[in-house]
Design a protein around this ligand. Structure first.
Ligand code: ZN
Length: 263
């Protein structure tokens, strides 16, 4: 009986939320999905989203929460310096972890959401000189558009932020933080999440292939290029009433497995 009610939120309420409300719901959903798909790292790493409007404000999880505990109404609002603007639960934010995000948000206004993970497969690939190898169909989504940034230690000083922004560049939406982890960026939360979901699988497959020790079946470079372009095309035609069909599917999944995200 509950499935009808559950689906009602995504079908009826979600499309009618204000832009500000939807960003909150989307961001909380992304936290829950990252935990659901086992891409979280205890209370660490962040997903940040730009608050719609004139001010340079961003939403982030309250410090100390597991990703599956995040609620839309409890997200912390901070500015680019990590100063807290609004903190409904009085739990604060983790400004050190936000430094990478603030560097990107400050330089790339097209980025509405930045999603950072430390997963075993992601950290493993970030530790390889090769980066993402064009091994299979999934990986060809990342044939172009992946930036890398050299590891400089945990603390990000002002000079490193400038180098990070230079490394990310003006267009790329995928970043390998060398010897550290992964970051994806999106024009909305859904894009950043789906990119990360796919990137994580690519890293897992790459680890499996390399661990097998078997010779790799090569893909012609023209086919790699074609497949990359096909992925771009599919992303453009997957909209449903202004919403990406894949994102709506993930929201419906959360209605079943972790519906508290939207509270
Ligand atoms: Zn990190």
């Amino acid at each position: 009986m509950s499935s009808q009610t559950d689906y009602d939120f995504v079908r009826d309420t979600y499309p009618n939320l204000s832009e500000q409300e939807r960003v909150r719901v989307d961001l909380a959903a992304a936290y829950h999905l990252i935990e659901h798909f086992q891409m979280s790292d205890s209370i660490y790493t962040h997903i940040s989203a730009r608050v719609p409007g004139d001010k340079e404000y961003f939403l982030i999880n309250p410090y100390g929460t597991r990703f599956g505990e995040v609620k839309a109404s409890e997200l912390v609002t901070i500015d680019l310096d990590g100063t807290i603007i609004d903190d409904p639960c009085d739990m604060g934010a983790n400004p050190a972890g936000f430094t990478i995000h603030s560097a990107i948000h400050g330089a790339r206004h097209d980025v509405k959401c930045a999603l950072h993970t430390h997963t075993v497969a992601g950290v493993a690939v970030s530790s390889m000189q090769t980066g993402i190898l064009p091994l299979n169909q999934w990986s060809l989504q990342f044939y172009h558009g992946v930036s890398r940034h050299k590891y400089e230690g945990i603390a990000l000083n002002l000079e490193e932020r400038e180098r990070l922004v230079k490394d990310v560049g003006p267009e790329n939406k995928t970043l390998i933080l060398d010897n550290h982890g992964l970051m994806t960026m999106g024009e909305n939360v859904g894009e950043a999440f789906t990119l990360m979901y796919n990137l994580e699988r690519v890293c897992k497959v790459q680890m499996s292939v390399l661990a097998s020790g078997q010779p790799v079946q090569p893909i012609d470079s023209e086919v790699c290029e074609l497949t990359y372009q096909q992925y771009k095309h599919f992303a453009e035609i997957s909209q449903r009433g202004g919403f990406h069909a894949e994102w709506l599917a993930y929201l419906r999944l959360l209605e079943k497995v972790s519906p508290t995200y939207k509270e």
